[in-house]
Write a protein that binds this ligand. Structure first.
Ligand code: SAH
Length: 245
């Protein structure tokens, strides 16, 4: 079953853009997923083809008109989840990405200017999604982020079938750190345990590092992970973090 993405945007020429390269691009070519970029302006109804108007109540910028947005959404709606990119949305999580990737695809609505007339969220079942606590100039890069995160999880996209199985944000932890050859580089040697061949010890070390690094860098995640949230970071981890500064 092909995973179908439809992007509603004022800049359809931005797609597939970076999604046409590497893993996602190859999967697109192979038909594992399909991408359709639709111009919101095609649903404008007046002779000037306007899609936006000044904000009610005053203020800077322009707001995307709900009638035009509804026309675009209704033109492609077919039961797939509808997401709108907005900094006012709930931050995207790996958990939501996994759910979306398990479905048949999605419709993504990209904002520009000051964003969307709020009534579109009341009138249509749209999930407002943010890609982080900062403001972009448009939703297109956000849509690409959502799609990239989903597409890499589709069956047949990642080389090793297992490489999506144990990753950052599973169990609300960051992933453990990775190392590869050379064994010694600029005087730094790969941790002994990783060269020991003792798989139980390696697994224990990796889990410990995942917890330590998460506690240090993402205390917000560790709270969700639970349990280990009280103790301060271990001395070893603090030292290596210092050294890397
Ligand atoms: N005035 C709005 C920001 C508008 S930015 C506000 O303060 O909330 C213009 C468009 O860029 C938005 O409509 C949205 O589609 C996109 N955008 C900006 N930041 C985003 C973010 N963090 N996540 C997802 N989309 C974002």
């Amino acid at each position: 079953m092909t995973f179908r993405a439809t992007v509603l945007t004022l800049y359809p020429e931005m797609f597939p853009g970076p999604l046409g390269a590497s893993l996602a691009g190859k999967a697109l070519e192979e038909g594992i997923w399909a991408l359709d970029a639709v111009n919101i302006r095609d649903f404008a109804t007046d002779k000037h083809r306007s899609v936006d108007d000044t904000p009610a109540g005053g203020g800077a910028g322009m707001v995307l008109r709900p009638d035009v947005l509804a026309g675009a959404l209704d033109g492609v709606a077919d039961g797939r989840p509808m997401l709108a990119l907005t900094p006012r949305g709930a931050p995207l999580t790996q958990e939501r990405v996994r759910e979306l990737a398990a479905g048949e695809g999605m419709i993504l609505l990209c904002g520009r200017f000051e964003g969307f007339d709020e009534r579109i969220f009341e009138a249509r079942p749209i999930e407002p999604v943010s890609i982080g606590d900062y403001v972009l100039s448009g939703g297109e890069l956000g849509a690409m982020v959502v799609l990239d995160a989903c597409v890499r999880l589709l069956p047949g996209v990642m080389g090793a079938a297992s490489s999506g199985e144990e990753e950052s944000f599973d169990e609300s932890l960051l992933e453990y750190p990775h190392y590869t050859r050379p064994v010694t580089w600029e005087g730094r040697t790969i941790p002994e345990v990783l060269r020991s061949g003792d798989h139980a010890k390696i697994a224990a070390w990796r889990h410990e590092r995942a917890v330590d690094d998460t506690r240090l860098r993402r205390p917000d995640l560790i709270e969700r992970h639970g349990g280990a949230s009280q103790a301060p970071p271990s001395g070893a981890q603090r030292d290596s973090e210092e050294k890397n500064k």
